[in-house]
Design a protein around this ligand. Structure first.
Ligand SMILES: NC(=O)c1ccc[n+]([C@@H]2O[C@H](COP(=O)([O-])OP(=O)(O)OC[C@H]3O[C@@H](n4cnc5c(N)ncnc54)[C@H](OP(=O)(O)O)[C@@H]3O)[C@@H](O)[C@H]2O)c1
Length: 284
């Protein structure tokens, strides 16, 4: 259950929400963003996290008037949040601060999957499975920026957007078992899919190719390597992403704008698969 409560602003420097680091700063929150994975956090499926807690991993806001963004352990779905200063980076200057809240978690997950793990090279053919999602949209752009030929999957509600983000081909994953015209060098899986669909992904990859998944685990085969990766909160990666936003190489594509009062509805929508892309959430 989600409730909206009036509470005192958090106290920087206190050990709050599990942080033990020093040097915390108070953030006046401009926005957080909806990460559908937070529905698992809210419903108590995260074994190590005690409830109740304040939701919100992504934050965009001001610290002493300076626009900053970052990924928090939680707590950004509020008017004020605290974070160790070292976890925040200057916000991109070319987009509204509220929109920048869509970047940290989804952007860093895509960044690390595409660049650090899949190590996409110019000229490679790369399949982004789940290109219509928050992570997938960044993965499409980052694979394209790395010089790849990008094939992405998306349903009809997201296909046009995924094409606009730079996919060379878009395949409707609802149209039947996934197939590609030519084997790809790498797959980056950004969607929660069934085990059967996950098991079929290496069959789309050339011998010696790779599959990186941030969602459903994908089994390796004799000829295709596969990794499941979890995002690392790395402000250097986030800073590099903000530079790409300001260079115009990565777009922050906002599919909805809501307020904290809408959070219960957003969670219901996410659980029903009714959200697409990145939704930003302002305090009011
Ligand atoms: N490893 C990590 O560190 C990490 C971090 C955050 C999230 N995650 C996980 O990564 C996944 C994506 O997260 P997200 O925030 O991007 O979620 P999201 O915004 O809800 O995106 C998921 C997208 O997957 C697409 N999709 C659904 N079923 C599909 C299928 N069978 N084949 C291909 N695409 C399908 C849908 O796109 P359409 O609009 O085209 O239908 C949907 O928009 C989730 O499973 C999440 O739990 C992992």
């Amino acid at each position: 259950m989600i409730s909206i409560d009036e509470v005192e602003p958090p106290d920087p420097g206190s050990v709050s929400q599990g942080w033990s680091e020093r040097g915390e700063v108070l953030i006046s929150v401009a926005a957080t963003s909806m990460n559908p994975t937070e529905t698992a956090l809210r419903s108590g499926l995260w074994p190590t996290i005690a409830l109740p807690l304040t939701l919100g991993w992504d934050v965009a806001g001001t610290v002493d008037g300076v626009p900053m963004i970052g990924m928090l352990d939680s707590g950004a779905a509020a008017e004020y949040a605290v974070a160790p200063a070292g976890r925040l980076v200057p916000a991109p200057v070319s987009v509204p601060l509220v929109d920048a809240a869509a970047l940290p978690l989804a952007g860093m997950t895509a960044w690390q999957a595409v660049r650090e793990h899949a190590r996409v090279e110019p000229g490679e053919r790369v399949l982004i499975n789940g290109g219509g999602g928050g992570i997938g949209g960044f993965a499409v752009q980052l694979a394209k920026a790395a010089g790849a030929y990008v094939v992405a999957t998306a349903s009809s509600r997201s296909a046009a957007q995924v094409k606009e983000l730079g996919a060379d081909e878009v395949i409707d994953y609802l149209a039947g078992p996934l197939s590609v015209a030519e084997p790809v060098d790498a797959v980056v899986n950004c969607a929660a899919i069934g085990d059967r669909a996950a098991g079929a992904l290496p069959g789309l990859v050339r011998d010696g190719g790779r599959v990186v998944t941030v969602a459903t685990p994908v089994p390796a085969t004799d000829t295709v390597r596969a990794w499941h990766v979890v995002v690392r909160n790395d402000p250097a990666d986030l800073a590099a992403l903000t530079r790409m936003v300001d260079d115009g190489r990565v777009r922050i594509d906002i599919s909805g704008r809501r307020t904290l009062a809408d959070l219960p509805e957003l969670h219901r929508l996410a659980e029903a698969g009714g959200l697409r892309g990145k939704v930003v959430i302002t305090p009011s």
